[in-house]
Design a protein around this ligand. Structure first.
Ligand SMILES: [Cu+2]
Length: 176
């Protein structure tokens, strides 16, 4: 009896591990990514997007940024050249305002994230304001979209970008 229950426990753990892997990797779920680089073209890591029925999971692993809090947003043009200004303003298909109190907010608004002393920063967020699927809020609309990391944190209020300063990293959203 004891051996049987141990075996059953092991089987449960294996299933749980597979399920966790499926969430991280998202086989069968639509995925996209943005390869982030600085203004000199140096690679700073990747933002991976996985579409779930309940929302879009944003998973970022970045390195080479200045320590401290940084704003990150989805901007309205899928280009980072000739300068990061080409990415335009925040992706805002619903005519919203920037911040947390607004209704609606900019669809491209996201929470700030922390970069440690070594320059590494990562975060996950789930947003229901944008999608990899078709529609008005699609990140694959004509012209595409791009992620921008700013030099400072977002104050979640000031127009048009939360007083978050220069654009220090950019990456076009592309299908994985
Ligand atoms: Cu921005």
């Amino acid at each position: 009896m004891r051996r049987m229950s141990l075996a059953a426990g092991a089987a449960f753990i294996a299933v749980a591990a597979i399920a966790a892997g499926a969430f991280a990797q998202g086989p069968g779920q639509p995925q996209a990514q943005a390869a982030m680089s600085d203004a000199q073209g140096k690679a700073l890591g990747t933002i991976t997007l996985t579409q779930f029925p309940q929302g879009l999971l944003v998973h970022a692993e970045l390195d080479g940024l200045k320590p401290g809090w940084h704003a990150v947003h989805i901007h309205e043009n899928g280009t980072c050249t000739p300068s990061f200004a080409a990415a335009g303003g925040h992706f805002n298909p619903h005519g919203g305002q920037h911040g947390i109190d607004a209704a609606p907010t900019h669809a491209g608004d996201l929470p700030n994230f922390w970069v440690d002393e070594s320059g590494k920063g990562g975060f996950e967020a789930v947003t229901v304001s944008v999608t990899l699927s078709e529609g008005q809020a699609s990140l694959f609309k004509p012209g595409g979209t791009a992620f921008i990391v700013h030099a400072q944190q977002d104050d979640y209020a000031s127009e048009p970008a939360g007083n978050s300063g220069d654009r220090v990293a950019c990456g076009v959203v592309s299908k994985s």
